[in-house]
Design a binder for this molecule. Structure first.
Ligand SMILES: NC(=O)C1=CN([C@@H]2O[C@H](COP(=O)(O)OP(=O)(O)OC[C@H]3O[C@@H](n4cnc5c(N)ncnc54)[C@H](O)[C@@H]3O)[C@@H](O)[C@H]2O)C=CC1
Ligand SMILES: O=C(O)[C@H]1O[C@H](OP(=O)(O)OP(=O)(O)OC[C@H]2O[C@@H](n3ccc(=O)[nH]c3=O)[C@H](O)[C@@H]2O)[C@H](O)[C@@H](O)[C@@H]1O
Length: 430
């Protein structure tokens, strides 16, 4: 099939490269010329394992990029993979999706034949039917079901595993109102559904939209629940990881996403949980459990720092922050727990030295005045304490580096550094 994709970020580029790999002809549309140039040059505009190879293989062949929305006319399906950021009150801002839809609709005015518009962005219930569809109808001059239609196909990929998650998903969700839209989506995903044992869920637009939020809210709340249990365990001197291993053996609980510690960050969990709380508020429901999940998450960085405080005042002392990205395998620092941790240390008057294998440059934009080390060893040297914020594998291998600390105290927020002689070790929940 001929597919166009509006927005070439984490989701759009992964979708574009993977659909090209599945045999479709794909046009990626982005307003950012540098993104377009990179894709056309066979380079991935974002870092994801396996993505550069796919872009290099298909660019100039089944994959091309442009800034020109007119390119959608030569395609059968357009995905909208534009950002849906949080507003100050937590609700999502759909203005980029609506602007993109308007440009798309205007371009489709001159197109003959059927066209399906698929919302890939994460949007609250009602967005596709009540915001995207009316803008599309108005801009294109066409009626739904008569030359044009809308569908919703949420994305569940994780950063750092985007390509493998897309090509081997647990489930694919199609939301639509008419059979023709479902048929197009089935055809598009056929190369995947025929070769993997993925489940396909066919449902309505609003249902597809909320399934995405329910998925993320469940996972975020699961981590917060484990953090709550972990905090209780810590007070009793019990290792919460032993407890998690045991409860995870119950199939009804499952062993994944039970890693307690300094909490969840990233571009999606915080934004999506806030958006669901705000959407619930709007329809008159007070989402108490989700609010509590956020409150527990917000508290973890301060709990980490109070464990460090127990070992002495850090004012005027060098303190190492190991890990700056929101999780290992990425340089993404959006909503990283390292941000409140660094801020908390600065508020205490500490002299902060941060280290991350890939995310230091990004964190430098947020905290230009702290020191950045080129290695964990350098960060630890002469430090009066260290906190571990990201579970990079290399931190598990640290050993003699701790001997160079002025005061060898480590507070581990990710259960990654081992206990060793000569080191005062504190686990956040163990
Ligand atoms: N990042 C992730 O891991 C996941 C994100 N999502 C959702 O997917 C959506 C997109 O997120 P990301 O891919 O992370 O965004 P992103 O910020 O990585 O990329 C967005 C791209 O859209 C482009 N853009 C902005 N306005 C445009 C316009 N009017 N026309 C064309 N291009 C335009 C930007 O230049 C940028 O390249 C969001 O709703 C997000 O919640 C869903 C699942 C996973
Ligand atoms: O909507 C999205 O964008 C995506 O959000 C998450 O993916 P992602 O944010 O890339 O990363 P995760 O691996 O889920 O980790 C999120 C945060 O939770 C933390 N986490 C994760 C697991 C765990 O057991 N404990 C824990 O604290 C991580 O350190 C990280 O800060 C979801 O896992 C994806 O399914 C979803 O598509």
């Amino acid at each position: 099939m001929k597919v166009s994709i509006i927005g070439s970020g984490y989701v759009g580029t992964t979708l574009a490269a993977c659909l090209a790999d599945l045999g479709h002809t794909v046009t990626a549309i982005d307003v950012d010329e540098s993104v377009v140039d990179r894709i056309n040059a066979g380079e991935a505009p974002i870092h994801e394992p396996g993505l550069a190879d796919l872009v290099a293989e298909h660019a100039g062949n089944r994959l091309r990029a442009t800034t020109d929305y007119a390119a959608v006319r030569d395609t059968d399906v357009t995905f909208i993979a534009l950002p849906t950021p949080s507003r100050k009150d937590g609700s999502i801002d759909t203005s980029l999706v609506e602007m993109g839809t308007e440009s798309l609709g205007e371009a489709l005015r001159e197109k003959d034949g059927e066209h399906l518009v698929v919302v890939k962005s994460t949007v609250v219930p009602g967005t596709t039917a009540e915001r995207v569809a009316p803008v599309l109808v108005e801009a294109s001059g066409k009626q739904l079901g008569e030359g044009i239609d809308v569908a919703m196909n949420p994305e569940f990929l994780r950063e750092g595993h985007a390509v493998s998650d897309f090509l081997d998903p647990d489930k694919i969700v199609f939301g639509a109102e008419r059979e023709a839209a479902f048929a197009t989506l089935r055809e598009l995903y056929r190369p995947l559904t025929e070769t993997t044992d993925t489940h396909v869920v066919e449902t309505g637009l609003n249902e597809a939209e909320i399934i995405k939020y329910a998925n993320n809210a469940f996972l975020a709340a699961k981590i917060s629940l484990m953090n709550e249990l972990g905090n209780i365990c810590k007070e009793y001197g019990i290792d919460a990881y032993e407890v998690a291993d045991a409860i995870g053996l119950d199939d009804r609980i499952g062993s994944q996403f039970l890693n307690s510690g300094v909490g969840w960050g990233g571009s999606c969990f915080p934004k999506d949980v806030a958006a669901l709380i705000a959407a619930a508020d709007e329809v008159g429901y007070d989402a108490q459990l989700l609010k509590a999940a956020v409150a527990v998450n917000d508290r973890q960085p301060e709990r980490l720092l109070s464990l460090l405080d127990d070992h002495g005042d850090v004012a005027g002392q060098r303190v190492a922050v190991l890990g700056l990205s929101f999780k290992p395998g990425t340089d993404d620092i959006r909503e990283s727990r390292a941000i409140p941790v660094i801020q908390g240390l600065l508020d205490r008057g500490a002299d902060v030295v941060g280290y991350d294998p890939v995310a230091a440059d990004r964190m430098r934009e947020r905290f230009p005045d702290i020191t950045y080390a080129d290695s964990a060893a350098e960060a630890l040297r002469d430090a009066h304490g260290a906190v571990v914020v990201t579970d990079w594998d290399e931190f598990a291998a640290l050993d003699e580096e701790f001997d160079t600390m002025a005061r060898p105290v480590v507070v581990d927020g990710r259960h990654v550094v081992g206990r060793r002689e000569g080191l005062t070790y504190e686990g956040l929940t163990w």
